[in-house]
Write a protein that binds this ligand. Structure first.
Ligand code: PXP
Length: 242
C-alpha cells in the first residue's frame, strides 16, 4: 500500500440493516469500533436528510467513542451545518443529496452551487472542522473547490468503477489522475471513494497524491458473507443447547 494512504470505513450499511427491522442491532457504533480495531484509519457516516440509515444518535455516540478521525458526510443544508457544528466531527464531507437516489449519485456541482456552498464551508472551517468536497474528477470543480476554501477534495470514483469497457476505465482513471494532480498543485488534500471494491481499489490506491479512500458497500457486503458461516454455526449451537 502506498505510504500514507488511509482507509475510511463507511458503516452506513450496518445502520441500513438495523433500520430495515427497527431494532437496536446491528449497531453502526459497534461496527465502527470493530473497524477501528481492524485498522481503519477513519470512520465515515452519512447523515442523510431522510435519516434512512444513520441516525442523529449514531453521530452523537460515534463522536464520543471513535478514536480515529470521524468523517461526517452530509448535504450543505442549514440543518446539517448546525448538527456538524454542535457535534464537531473531525471532517465534514459535503455531498449532493437527492431524496429518490439509492446512494450518492455524481459529485457536488461546486461551480453551480458556489453561493450555497461558500457560507457552509466558511461556517464549518470557522468551527475548526476539516472540509472535504465530494466532486467528479473535473478541472472546473477542482479549481472552484480550492477557491471556496475546501481543505480536501474527495474524487468520485463511481464512473471509473462502473466503466463498461477497459478503454473507458483507463480514460476515467486518467481523469482521476489529472484531477488528483491538479488538486495537489492547488494545495488540496486528495481523497477518493464510491464503488471501490477489493479489485478496483488497486489502481486508485496507486494514484499520485492520494491520501485517503472511503469505502463502505464492498466491505459491509463482504462482512455479511465471510461472517455468515460463523453466524449460522452459532445459531445451530444455540438450538442444540435448547
Ligand atoms: N464517499 C462518499 C462521499 C460517499 O457518499 C460514499 C457512499 O456513501 C462513499 C464514499 C462510499 O461508497 P461505497 O459505499 O460505494 O464504498
Amino acid at each position: 500500500m502506498p505510504a500514507g494512504l488511509q482507509l475510511g470505513v463507511n458503516v452506513d450499511h450496518v445502520a441500513t440493516i438495523r433500520q430495515a427491522r427497527g431494532t437496536r442491532f446491528p449497531d453502526p457504533v459497534l461496527a465502527a469500533s470493530l473497524a477501528e480495531l481492524a485498522g481503519a484509519d477513519q470512520i465515515t457516516v452519512h447523515l442523510r436528510e431522510d435519516r434512512r440509515h444513520i441516525q442523529d444518535r449514531d453521530v452523537t455516540i460515534l463522536r464520543q467513542t471513535v478514536q480515529v478521525p470521524l468523517n461526517l458526510e452530509m448535504a450543505a443544508t442549514p440543518e446539517m451545518v448546525r448538527i456538524a457544528i454542535a457535534t464537531l466531527p473531525d471532517t465534514v464531507t459535503l455531498v449532493p443529496e437527492k431524496r429518490q437516489e439509492r446512494t450518492t449519485e455524481g459529485g457536488l456541482d461546486v461551480v453551480g452551487q458556489a453561493a450555497t456552498l461558500a457560507p457552509a464551508i466558511a461556517a464549518l472551517r470557522e468551527a475548526g472542522i476539516v472540509v472535504s468536497l465530494f466532486i467528479d474528477p473535473d478541472p472546473a470543480q477542482v479549481a472552484k473547490s480550492a477557491e471556496l476554501g475546501a481543505h480536501t477534495v474527495e474524487l468520485h470514483t463511481g464512473d471509473y468503477c462502473e466503466a463498461p469497457t477497459a478503454l473507458l476505465r483507463e480514460q476515467r482513471l486518467e481523469q482521476l489522475r489529472a484531477a488528483a494532480e491538479q488538486a495537489h498543485n492547488l494545495s488540496l488534500r486528495v481523497a477518493a471513494g464510491h464503488g471501490l471494491d477489493y479489485k478496483n481499489v488497486q489502481e486508485v490506491a496507486r494514484l499520485p497524491y492520494m491520501v485517503e479512500l472511503n469505502i463502505g458497500h464492498a466491505i459491509v457486503a463482504r462482512a455479511v458473507l465471510v461472517g455468515l458461516e460463523r453466524a449460522v454455526r452459532e445459531m445451530v449451537e444455540a438450538m442444540r443447547l435448547a
